[in-house]
Design a binder for this molecule. Structure first.
Ligand code: ATP
Length: 275
């Protein structure tokens, strides 16, 4: 798979009243076509800043960012705060706004807008004024805006924070669908149980990339839970991972490394069947 985004020793610093404050420190990273990446880290560690660098919204102070020409103007970001990106008066107008800005053929706009709204469950709210939407519905609308533009790379910045469990599940299924269509997804989250939906996990700490690997290695690289990168870096693993570690220690599981609750259930069922 070709490299789409390459960060080479990137530093971003802001001038504050206390002097120059680096928020991304000497970070190198390659993102390839079709990758499914979860980005985690505590509040203020620089996740959104990294997302803004990758989407060209934040200039870098030092280092380089190479964007593959095939994705120039084809990276979309869904922001943490939906009010920061909603422009239209109605739900339908908001999706159309982005399409018009990207000079999409006017005859294709209604089809693409309504298809994107259907994908997030807002088709029936197309004519509703945006101020009548709940916070979670506004977030779904922002996701529809990005879907309508059919971007090659989509960055989701903590988009499930305001969503109920069913909407969260639906969005994660939609992300899976995007990945199956070859899209590249960077999923920023504070919810470690979501990491199991992705193939690669990046962890940031004070602007530094402190882990880059598979979720399995992040949660299970050592059979002692306290020695895994997850615990050593101060993250609390999701309940399913904590339970899996206990079952591994008890010998109920042998070498499985389930992260999602569904995977844990499957692993336990398999063991039960073999008894
Ligand atoms: N324009 C700015 N000027 C000065 N400091 C900034 C600016 N934007 C962000 N910061 C600082 O950069 C740091 C990283 O912010 P960022 O929003 O990237 O963190 P985050 O990991 O996304 O946090 P959260 O999980 O709370 O959203 C924070 O300390 C923040 O205060």
């Amino acid at each position: 798979m070709q490299e789409l985004l390459v960060l080479h020793h990137v530093t971003v610093a802001y001038t504050t009243m206390d002097g120059i404050k680096p928020v991304i420190r000497d970070l190198s990273l390659k993102i390839k076509e079709g990758e499914a990446i979860a980005l985690i880290g505590q509040n203020g560690c620089g996740k959104s800043t990294l997302a803004h660098i990758l989407s060209g919204l934040t200039p870098i102070s030092r280092g380089t960012l190479k964007i593959n020409p095939s994705i120039q103007n084809n990276i979309q970001i869904v922001f943490q705060n939906p009010d920061a990106q909603i422009i239209g008066d109605t739900v339908y107008e908001d999706v159309c706004f982005g399409l018009e800005n990207y000079c999409v053929d006017p005859k294709d706009i209604p089809i693409r807008a309504l298809r994107a709204l259907s994908a997030v469950g807002l088709r029936s709210a197309a004519n509703r004024p945006v101020e009548f939407l709940s916070g979670g519905q506004k977030q779904l609308l922002c996701i529809a805006d990005a879907l309508a533009l059919d971007a090659q790379v989509i960055i989701f910045d903590e988009v499930t924070a305001m969503l109920d469990p069913l909407s969260r599940k639906a969005i994660l299924q939609m992300v899976n669908h995007l990945l199956n269509r070859g899209k590249t997804v960077l999923w920023i989250t504070q919810l470690l149980e979501e990491v199991g939906h992705f193939a690669r996990v990046l962890a940031l700490q004070s602007g530094e990339l402190v882990f880059d690997g598979t979720p399995e290695d992040f949660f299970f690289s050592d059979h002692i839970p306290e020695n895994t990168p997850c615990s050593k870096l101060g993250f609390v693993p999701p309940f399913s991972v904590q339970l899996a570690h206990q079952l591994l220690q008890l010998g109920v599981l042998s070498d499985e490394r389930p992260i999602l609750m569904t995977a844990l259930k499957d692993a336990v069922e398999k063991q039960c069947q073999s008894i």
